[in-house]
Design a protein around this ligand. Structure first.
Ligand code: NDP
Length: 441
């Protein structure tokens, strides 16, 4: 880690894992003897490349593309692509590192990777998005493949981008294979893949509550984000009888005391997925709802101050800090379950654990997306499509298995009920054992 002192997000993700797996390293000296941690924190391969593309006015832009192939001990590399101006090597490495342990928890055979570009899709036309995706794939195609590395979506990469990326890959390789997941249903996609991450987060939340004899019915929930994950977190909460009070984007948040029900969610999906509008337009359509513009000078997010029972951050990393955690506790929140990757800062997590607030960590709670991506790969390999019920049933079973695995791994080290420790320990042990089995590679 001394090699890259400036990689703040990557150090944060590694630090979070190391803080909880120390008892495992003490009980199993073979992991230290074989330098498993030292090997885990160095990616197997990092690819960085130029992405030149032309906008609608004929101006030329140059972005930087990334693919970090972190670990392939338990399967081919698997993880999303992020298009966002904040993307840098530290962010991609943190995401790839998290992905290794998340994929390990899914019960499926997938290694960990992540990629993307510092490209800002906001305000770009469809034609510009297509040209960017084609330019990005013009280099990425030589590094990926259905048995090597299978990318998917993440922030800024949804169904439209996966389509353009897949089309270019197919043209360059002259091969129709399951090289990407999140594909359209007519060309190798899986039912429930768009819903999977969000639904999975809510199944995990419900399992945490059930373990304490409670249900989601009647619970008031604060949700952040309004993209793929947040939309389906909200949808499943409503289906399970809970109330969704808020959603957000990078411009601000909305608070609807009456609850964002199924028909209001349809408005949001159309606004975000088709018109690519801003969340503030919700309060124009539903004037009783409050819209609060984002204010980065505050140092905390007012979204986390409303009275509620549960909080599900589903926008981006480090969106919930210590001040936010204190506001949540004061507002009555007793459960936090992470939809986004690493949305809570280390100080916020320490506060939740000190206060006895139930905490569902991202690498367990949001593993449903990549799990259904794994199911999409299986369907592609067999050239069949499972029904909605089949895929959702498997997703629900996987989330319950992950929940149980976290509890069992934590209990094996005397850390009953500690989902963070349990997720890290269970995710780590499977990968570490596979690395030992495969020797020094
Ligand atoms: P989307 O691009 O669909 O949505 C992202 C949402 O978060 C948007 O509402 C966006 O607002 C908001 N957002 C992004 N960056 C910021 C920021 N810096 N400040 C405030 N809001 C921000 O992405 P996803 O829903 O797919 O991803 C959300 C999170 O979930 C990410 O952490 C991702 O890594 C994680 N995740 C996603 C999975 C998936 O299957 N898609 C799987 C597992 C984890 P705006 O539009 O204004 O930028």
């Amino acid at each position: 880690l001394r090699r890259d002192p400036e990689q703040r997000e990557f150090h944060q993700a590694v630090g979070e894992l190391l803080a909880t797996i120390r008892p495992v390293l003490d009980r199993h000296p073979e992991y230290r003897r074989h330098a498993v941690v030292e090997r885990l924190v160095e990616p197997e391969r990092m690819i960085m490349f130029r992405v030149p593309w032309m906008d609608d006015q004929g101006a030329i832009h140059v972005n930087r593309g990334y693919r970090v192939e972190m670990n392939s001990a338990i399967g081919p590399y698997k993880g999303g692509l992020r298009f966002h101006p904040s993307v840098n090597l530290s962010i991609i490495k943190f995401l790839a590192f998290e992905q290794v342990f998340k994929n390990s928890l899914t019960t499926l055979a997938m290694g960990g990777a992540k990629g993307g570009a510092d490209f800002d899709p906001k305000g770009r036309s469809d034609a510009e998005i297509m040209r960017f995706c084609q330019a990005f794939m013009a280099e990425l195609f030589r590094h990926i493949g259905e048995d090597t590395d299978v990318p998917a979506g993440d922030i800024g990469v949804g169904a439209r981008e996966i389509g353009y990326l897949f089309g270019m890959y197919k043209k360059l390789q002259n091969k129709f294979t399951g090289v990407l997941t999140g594909k359209g249903l007519a060309w190798g996609g899986s039912l429930i893949r768009p819903e999977a991450t969000g639904y999975g987060v809510v199944y995990f939340t419900a399992a945490m509550l059930a373990h304490r004899g409670e249900t989601l019915a009647g619970k008031r929930c604060l949700v952040s984000g309004s993209g793929n994950v947040a939309q389906f977190v909200a949808e499943k909460i409503v289906q399970m009888g809970g109330t969704v009070l808020s959603l957000s984007d990078s411009s601000g948040h909305i608070y609807d005391e009456e609850g964002i029900d199924a028909s209001k969610l349809e408005f949001i999906k159309t606004l975000k997925n088709i018109h690519r509008g801003r969340i503030g337009e919700y309060s124009e359509r539903y004037p009783h709802a409050l819209y609060v513009a984002a204010n980065p000078t505050l140092g905390w997010n007012p979204l986390w101050r409303y009275p509620a029972d549960c909080a599900l951050p589903a926008a981006t990393q480090n969106e919930l800090n210590l001040a936010d955690a204190q506001h949540l506790a004061a507002a009555g929140v007793r459960l936090v379950c992470e939809g986004a990757n690493m949305p809570s800062t280390p100080e916020a997590i320490a506060f939740f654990r000190d206060q006895g607030i139930l905490f569902g960590p991202a690498k367990a709670a949001n593993a449903g997306g990549v799990a259904v991506s794994g199911l999409e790969m299986a369907q592609d390999a067999m050239r069949i499509s499972w029904s909605r019920e089949e895929v959702e049933g498997r997703l629900r079973a996987i989330m319950h298995t992950i929940h149980r695995t976290c509890l069992e791994a934590a209990a094996a080290y005397g850390l009953e009920g500690d989902y963070l420790a349990g997720a890290n320990i269970a995710g780590f042990v499977k990968v570490a054992d596979a690395m030992l089995d495969q020797g020094l590679v």
